[in-house]
Design a protein around this ligand. Structure first.
Ligand code: SAM
Length: 250
């Protein structure tokens, strides 16, 4: 089934740098960079980020890594290209894309949340395998896992940039606990030039137990370690799955 690009990554993509600005990604990006150096040693390693979005996280890594980026949405790729002009960008689906290159590290940050089925996870891990050198490191950081999923969660925040003021409300629910999908409805109230506009956008994301992530990564040849990520605003971003390709951990 073809993926639907949500409004936030399509006609409303101009809101992304306002509601989730690059400076909010510094500590998480530093954590990812430290993991790569810990696992592979120092050096300017080659890093591929899949699901790069606006490139906010990536913008904190381009100094220390030789970066390449992929995203499904042409609008988000355009944003990331503007922020990270030195990075090679590709429009494509992380489940299927094949760039014909290998990297030392592959990162799937919060875009991992848009993998809806175990098959999506398997296909994405296969893409990572196809793009990693032996001993390379895969890092995957979904927003939520089943064990920490806050059903019925409501979160609101405000952002101001230039003359645009945005209030964001996110309501997250699990309409069918027997499947692996949950629903977030975002309401954006946008004030500009004395006018108020309200936009609504529903995102379907995947939810899996911790051991689904680790088992499926293991089946693709990764030896896996799980670490908790530093807490960030709103409580998003719970766990980081770190896989070393074809290596055992001592
Ligand atoms: C929350 S945004 C990522 C934001 C990013 N971390 C940043 O720093 O700006 C999620 C992104 O995942 C992308 N995405 C969703 N499914 C994808 C897929 N199957 N392949 C590639 N990108 C995907 C969306 O287009 C969107 O840009």
């Amino acid at each position: 089934m073809a993926k639907i690009i949500n409004r936030l990554y399509g006609d409303l993509s101009y809101l992304w740098p306002i509601i989730s600005p690059p400076e909010e990604y510094g500590s998480e990006a530093a954590f990812f960079g430290d993991v790569v150096h810990e696992e592979l040693g120092s050096g300017r390693h080659k890093l591929l980020e899949m699901g790069v979005g606006g490139g906010h996280n990536l913008s904190h890594l381009t100094l220390d890594f030789e970066c390449t980026a992929v995203d499904l949405s042409p609008d988000m790729v355009a944003l990331s290209q503007g922020l990270n002009p030195e990075v090679e960008h590709y429009v494509g689906d992380m489940r299927y894309i094949r760039l014909g290159q290998t990297f030392d590290a592959v990162l799937v940050h919060d875009a991992a949340s848009y993998l809806l089925t175990e098959q999506d996870l398997q296909e994405t891990f296969a893409t990572a395998v196809a793009h990693l050198r032996p001993g390379g490191v895969l890092m995957v950081a979904p927003d939520w896992v089943q064990e920490t999923f806050p059903d019925g969660w409501v979160y609101t925040w405000d952002r101001l940039q230039g003359d645009i003021e945005v209030n964001i409300q996110e309501v997250m629910t699990d309409p069918d606990p027997t499947d692996t999908q949950v629903e977030s409805t975002y309401t954006y109230t946008i004030k500009k030039d004395g006018q108020t506009t309200v936009e609504v956008d529903t995102h379907i994301t995947g939810i899996f137990p911790l051991n689904t992530w680790t088992d499926l990564m293991g089946q693709d040849g990764f030896s896996v370690e799980v670490r908790s990520l530093p807490p960030n605003k709103g409580g998003y971003g719970s766990w980081l799955f770190i896989g070393l390709l074809g290596m055992s951990r001592s």
